[in-house]
Design a binder for this molecule. Sequence first.
Ligand code: MN
Ligand code: MN
Length: 469
Amino acid sequence: MAEKPEKSKAAQLKEKLAAKKPGGALTLEKEKIALADEFCEGYKAFINTSKVEREAVKTTEKIALEHGFEKYDVTRSYKPGDKIYVINRGKNIGLAVIGKNGTKNGVRLVIAHIDSPRLDLKPNPLYESNDLAMFKTHYYGGIKKYQWTAIPLALHGRIVRLDGENIDVSIGENDDEPCFCVSDLLPHLSREQSAKPVAKAFTGEDMNVLIGSRPFNDDKESEQVKLNILNILFEKYGIVESDFLSAELDLVPAFKARDIGFDRSLIGAYGHDDKVCAYPGVMAAVTVENPEDTFITFLCDKEEIGSDGNTGMQSAFLRDFIADLAQADGVEYRHVMAKSTCLSADVNAAFDPNYPSAFEANNSSYLNGGVIITKYTGSGGKYDTSDASAEFMGQVRRMLHKNDILWQTGELGRVDLGGGGTIAKYIANLNVDVVDLGVPVLSMHAPFEVVSKVDVYMAYLAFVAFFET
Ligand code: MN
Ligand code: MN
C-alpha cells in the first residue's frame, strides 16, 4: 500500500494560519438541514400572517401566549424563569424571560424590526380619473418604484372612525378576495420612459393604485365610480371618506411565502427584511428557559424610515421597560445598560451573481453561508453607524464557534456604492455593546425577497446560544 504523501510545508502552514472560507451548507450534516427545513415551515406561516407591524405583533403575541408568557404587570414582582411580554401601541412587542441574576449583570437583547417597505395610502387617498377609481399613495421605506407596478397588492391596516371605533382591514390575501395594482406603461409606448434614468422614469406621484371601475348608478352625478367605491366601503366597514384621515393603510404584495428552487432550499416572500430575523428571535425567546441573565427579544417598528417616533427604536419604550425591571431588582438602570449586550438582528445583502460588481467578494455574505455578522453599516467613511468593538466581535465569534453555528462576516456591498443602517447605533448610544447579526437576503426591499432556509435556522441557533450563554 502506498504511503499517504505528506502535506507540503506551505499547505501545513496555510492550514494553521489562513482563514478558512466558510463552506456554506455543504459542510452541514443532513440532519441539520432537515431541521432547518422544518423550522422554516413555521417561518413561512409567521410571515404570511405578519405583513405589517400590527399583524406581526398579533402573531407574536399568540406564539408567546402558547408558550406560557404573560402580559407584564409593573405592579407585580417576578421570579427567575418567569416569562412576560409587553406591547407598545400595537406595533412593538417584547418577550422577556427573567434570569437567575435578574438584570444585575445586564440584559441580553435581540432586536429585530417588523416594518417593511411598502406603499402607504395618503391621508386623502381616494379620487376618480377617467372613470377609474384610484388611491394616492406615499411610499414607505426604500423602494425601487418600478418593482411595485403591475403586481397584485393587498391592503392592510387600521381605520379609526369618527365614532372612535377601530376597523382592522386585510383584503387581497385570499384567492376569493379582490386585490389591487399600480399600472405601468406598455413597452410599445415606453420609448420616452425607457430613455430616462430609473429614478426619474417612475416617480412617487405615479404610484397610484387601481381600486375600481364601475359607476354607482346612471344618475347624472359626477364621479360615480368613486361614489360606488365609497358605497362599498361604507357597506363593508361603515366608513365615510373623511375616515381615511385617521387611518394607517398599507399596500403590500399579495404574494404568499413560497419555496424557491428545485431543491426547495430557499424561500421567496415579501418582508423577509426583517421578519426573517424577528421570527428566529421570537422562537429563541420561547425556547430558552431559566436563563442566567434576563433576556428580551424586542420587535420594533419604523426602522425602514429612520427609527423615529414612539414605536421606533429611538423611542423610550424599551429603555423604560428595562428600567422597570431594573428597579424591581433594586439596581440602577444605567448600571444595567452598561453591562448589557445586544444582537441587532437585521438582514444584510447577500452576494448576487447577477450583480457581482456591486459587492466586494471577500467581504460579502452568501446565501447558505450562515448568519452574517456586520461589524458596521452606514455609508461613506463609516458615517451613521455604530462600529462594534473588537472585544464584542470576539465575544460573539467565540459564542458562534463554541455552538457550531454557521456564520460569516461582510459589509453592505462595495465601499461608496450606497449604504444603509440598522437600529444598532441607537442601542449602542444607550451604552450597550451591540453588533448586527442576521440573515443574508437577495433582492432586499423588493416585493419578493429571497433567503436560504439554512441561514434562517442558523439565526435561531445563534439567538438561542446568545440567550443561553
Ligand atoms: Mn432591516
Ligand atoms: Mn430594510
